[in-house]
Structure formats: structure tokens, C-alpha cells
Design a protein around this ligand. Structure first.
Ligand SMILES: N[C@@H](CCC(=O)N[C@@H](CS)C(=O)NCC(=O)O)C(=O)O
Length: 86
């Protein structure tokens, strides 16, 4: 069982806000798995239903207690990642 938070970035390849987050991650040398909701219809449905909005980018955070949080807004995501890993 994982004892740390696991992260996934739900994104679309050509979304400029997603590009901005991916670029910030690259500068921090952060390798967070990407889920392309433009290609993965199930992930797109999951984002809508569980995240609450069909908007990208969105950072999915699965906690050690199995609870899941979804963070929208590129600036909020970048700020969070810099605080956490920068
Ligand atoms: N303010 C948001 C804007 C994100 C945004 O507009 N993403 C577009 C794709 S490039 C989207 O998912 N739009 C769908 C929607 O707004 O419902 C951010 O900075 O993350």
C-alpha cells in the first residue's frame, strides 16, 4: 500500500494552460504521470464526474488514506507544486 500521496496531471496536449504546468514541472524536474483526457474518454468522464468540471489542467492527488482531491487552475497547481517540490 502506498504511504505517500500519488499525483497525476489530467491535461490535453495542446491546451496552453496545460503546457504552462508541464513546463513548470519540467523546470522542477518533476515527473508526474500525465493523463491526456483528449485521448482517454474514460479519464475525461472521471474528470467530469469526480473532479466536478471538464476543465484542464487538473491535478489529481490520491492521499495515503485513499481520499482523492482534484485541483483545477494552472496557477494554483504551479504554486502548489513549487511549495511542495520546488
Ligand atoms: N483558468 C484556467 C483555464 C483553463 C482552461 O480554460 N482550459 C481549457 C482548455 S485550454 C478548458 O478545459 N476549457 C473547458 C472549460 O472551461 O470548461 C487555468 O488557468 O487552468
Amino acid at each position: 500500500m502506498a504511504n505517500t500521496t500519488t499525483y497525476q496531471l489530467y491535461h490535453k496536449e495542446y491546451c496552453p494552460y496545460c503546457r504552462k504546468v508541464r513546463s513548470a514541472m519540467q523546470k522542477m524536474n518533476l515527473h508526474i504521470p500525465l493523463v491526456d483526457v483528449g485521448r482517454d474518454i474514460e479519464a475525461w468522464d472521471e474528470l467530469n464526474q469526480k473532479g466536478g468540471k471538464g476543465m484542464v489542467p487538473c491535478l489529481r492527488m490520491e492521499k495515503p488514506d485513499d481520499s482523492v482531491e482534484w485541483m483545477y487552475e494552472s496557477d494554483d497547481i504551479i504554486h502548489f507544486l513549487r511549495n511542495e517540490f520546488g
